[in-house]
Design a protein around this ligand. Structure first.
Ligand code: ZN
Length: 162
């Protein structure tokens, strides 16, 4: 028995106080891993929208006047889309949660993708309709940015569209 500290000097404790920089926090390493094992992720982004000329938009509810309109599929708007393809580190399901989640983030979706952070992509995420991953159509559920000291990646939690 005895105090763990007994007989120890300050130097003995210095090691445990050092800040440990995990290699996984560096952009170069993360980018290299993504290049090696990444797969294409396609974002379908709403570029523009005009009210459907067949039915039109209810100005109060901002929904289609005809929910069964064959032209706009009941959306009220005719959208034009941009398709942006990036390389993503893709993880399906719970079984193989990647190391970079050990920070405590809990994902509840069907799939998590990690892509490079760019201001352009970040600014367009709010207009994303679907994300296509491994041939599946996904909806975005949650967006988290990561990186120390500067943000270098985006984690996106996806749910499969049914
Ligand atoms: Zn319509």
């Amino acid at each position: 028995m005895g105090c763990y500290c007994k007989g120890k000097t300050f130097a003995d404790f210095k090691f445990s106080m050092d800040i440990i920089y995990f290699p996984s926090n560096t952009k170069e390493v993360i980018d290299a891993i993504r290049r090696a094992i990444g797969r294409p992720v396609v974002f379908q982004i709403i570029a523009s929208g005009v009210p459907c000329s067949t039915c039109g938009v209810n100005p109060v509810t901002n929904t289609a006047l005809d929910p069964f309109c064959p032209v706009c599929s009941g959306e009220g708007y005719i959208y034009e889309y941009d398709y942006v393809t990036v390389s993503g580190h893709i993880t399906w399901g719970y079984s193989d949660l990647p190391n970079w989640i050990t920070g405590g983030q809990y994902f509840t979706g069907d799939c998590t993708i990690q892509v490079e952070y760019t201001e352009d992509l970040m600014s367009r995420l709010k207009n994303v309709k679907y994300v296509y991953v491994d041939g599946k159509t996904m909806r975005m559920r949650k967006i988290i940015t990561r990186g120390v000291p500067v943000i270098n990646r985006i984690l996106i939690d996806l749910m499969q569209e049914d």
